[in-house]
Ligand binder design. Structure first.
Ligand code: ADE
Length: 326
């Protein structure tokens, strides 16, 4: 039984130029990078001579693959994963093949799908996910306030307002690419953004990503496990997903960035969320958030999807804020 409509993906992955031999993918099972209900991500290595040629070429152009053999992240399914999970994992691999390269995405490098266990090999982002990245630094910054002058030798540095704006610009840039190519991400949130060695953001986790065809600009999901505090009203109410509902989620992501990993709607009961959003209630301006930044968040949270700004417009507005602040 299918949970999602699969009109744009094949249930079976065609093996192609992305396929590599399993013995060329080294996985360090002692270095787990992430863990979900049905799969985990581990640190790995693929000798770049064995990364499919088309991936190497583009990555060299993007300057993300600098050394001969580099670390990669390898996603696998747990042995306990059911057929449904395996089929969704294949969808994710298929979608990544279609998306193509962009410097602000966690790019596909290779895959193993001819035999089980299935492997998805993507770029490694050494600073982990954005949510953890920001929360660790928020803790450090709070401690710094209390102990003026002490404990500065800590592992973590601070996050400046400029860096917060840069994060927003980088993610908007990646979303601009995705949306222009007809993809809806559906799970845009700080936990799904990764931070690379240069402390810049890349969009990751395409598990819920779907391509919307030219005819309909919407993807109507059949429900399932969805991130409701990041969802637009039309997505909460009717499971309508579109570029515009991604823009709404981006607004919530801006809230996470400006609060360095705060929880959205901390005091709103789940059952009231939709009603309160529909009657125009929004999260108040967080402490330390400029009016300009808050206005961009509010624009993303307009009730009528068509009135929300495009990712290009958002990126320009954030860049303008950056100019103003420096
Ligand atoms: N956790 C999940 N995916 C990752 C990646 N590509 N790099 C680093 N940590 C991750």
């Amino acid at each position: 039984q299918k949970r999602f409509s699969r009109s744009n993906t094949n249930a079976v992955v065609r093996t192609d130029e992305w396929e590599v031999k399993r013995q060329f993918v080294g996985i360090d099972y002692s270095r787990q990078l992430g863990r979900g209900a049905f799969g985990s991500v581990y640190l790995g290595r693929v000798f770049s001579g064995n990364i499919p040629e088309m991936a190497v070429k583009t990555l060299l152009q993007l300057n993300t693959l600098k050394k001969e053999d580099d670390f990669v992240a390898v996603k696998t399914l747990h042995e306990t994963a059911d057929r449904q999970a395996a089929s969704e994992f294949l969808d994710e691999i298929n979608i990544m093949k279609k998306i193509g390269f962009h410097e602000r995405l966690v790019n596909l490098l290779a895959c193993v799908t001819e035999t089980e266990p299935l492997l998805l090999v993507v770029e490694y982002c050494s600073n982990g996910d954005l949510l953890k990245f920001m929360r660790e630094r928020r803790m450090f910054m709070l401690k710094l306030k209390d102990t003026v002058g002490h404990d500065i030798a800590g592992r973590h540095s601070v996050i400046t307002q400029k860096q917060q704006l840069m994060f927003g610009i980088q993610i908007a840039y990646g979303m601009e690419y995705l949306s222009q190519r007809g993809f809806v991400h559906r799970d845009l949130a700080a936990r799904n953004i990764l931070v690379d060695a240069n402390e810049t953001c890349k969009i990751g986790d395409f598990g819920l990503c779907r391509q919307i065809s030219g005819e309909s600009e919407q993807y109507i999901s059949r429900g399932g496990r969805l991130p409701w505090k990041w969802m637009a009203p039309e997505a909460l109410e009717r499971f309508y997903f579109s570029v515009e509902s991604d823009v709404w989620s981006f607004g919530v992501l801006l809230f996470e960035i400006i609060t360095l990993g705060g929880n959205p709607y901390p005091e709103w009961p789940a059952v009231e969320l939709l009603h309160r959003l529909k009657t125009g209630e929004r999260m108040p301006r967080p402490e330390g958030c400029s009016n300009g930044f808050y206005e961009i968040m509010l624009d993303c949270w307009r009730c009528v999807p068509m009135q929300r700004p495009s990712f290009e417009k958002i990126r320009r507005k954030l860049a303008h804020e950056l100019e103003e602040s420096s």
